[in-house]
Ligand binder design. Structure first.
Ligand code: SIN
Ligand code: FE2
Length: 216
């Protein structure tokens, strides 16, 4: 009889299965890096990364911004998607074409065809920054996957279950890795352990992560 081991990783080409609808695509973003870096700079010129405050009153250790039609924000009133950057009142920067094609190709490689992201959240981590376990559940469409791209310093990704207290897998992520989770894994808890200072040749003492969603 077949049984699924939640904590086993199975290597299929460069695609590592970490759940029934979740994969790590090792190095998938590497061919895009020369296009991504100037595009990130352009996004940040229009909408700089900033430390947002959670509804509970904590300032996030990660600095974030967005591109695409919708952008994720948090403040004392809650988490939500907005069409404009609350810091400037302007629409979020357009999603760069290189971002969009990477997101679509990674989704397809993980078995999710026709991914049409309308939001991209960009997180900047410095040593010590972390992301506590959470679910991505502010989106309206859970039928679309989350596509998450890692650049710069390595990090340990926590991939938990459907309840906060479920045991998490610890998955080391390197520059160029992409994680995709959707289907029955779409609402799994996940997070990032506090980053060690292991400077990256291109990006120095920082890690940049961007996650694509279908939010609206
Ligand atoms: C997130 O869950 O928004 C970020 C995950 C990561 O930084 O890899
Ligand atoms: Fe998340």
């Amino acid at each position: 009889m077949m049984s699924f081991d939640l904590f086993a990783s199975e290597i299929v080409d460069e695609r590592i299965s970490i759940g029934p609808g979740a994969y790590v695509l090792r190095g998938f973003a590497l061919p895009y890096v020369t296009q991504l870096l100037p595009a990130i700079e352009a996004v940040e010129q229009q909408a700089p990364c900033r430390h947002m405050v959670t509804p509970g009153g904590f300032t996030m250790s990660v600095a974030l911004t967005n591109c695409g039609r919708l952008g994720w924000t948090t403040d004392r009133r809650g988490y939500r998607y907005t069409e404009t950057d609350p810091a400037s009142g302007l629409p979020w920067p357009d999603m760069p074409p290189s971002f969009r094609s990477l997101a679509k190709e990674a989704a397809t490689a993980a078995g999710f065809d026709h991914f049409e992201p309308d939001a991209c959240l960009l997180n900047r981590y410095v040593p010590g920054a972390k992301m506590s376990l959470h679910q991505d559940k502010d989106e309206q469409d859970f039928s679309a996957p989350i596509v998450s791209v890692s650049l710069g310093m390595p990090a340990v990704f926590l991939f938990g279950g459907h309840a906060r207290a479920d045991k998490s897998q610890r998955i080391p992520l390197q520059h160029g890795d992409v994680v995709v989770w959707g289907g029955e894994d779409r609402l799994r808890f996940h997070g990032i352990l506090p980053l060690k200072d292991q400077p990256h040749p291109l990006l120095g003492s920082q890690r940049i992560n961007f996650t694509f969603r279908k939010a609206g």
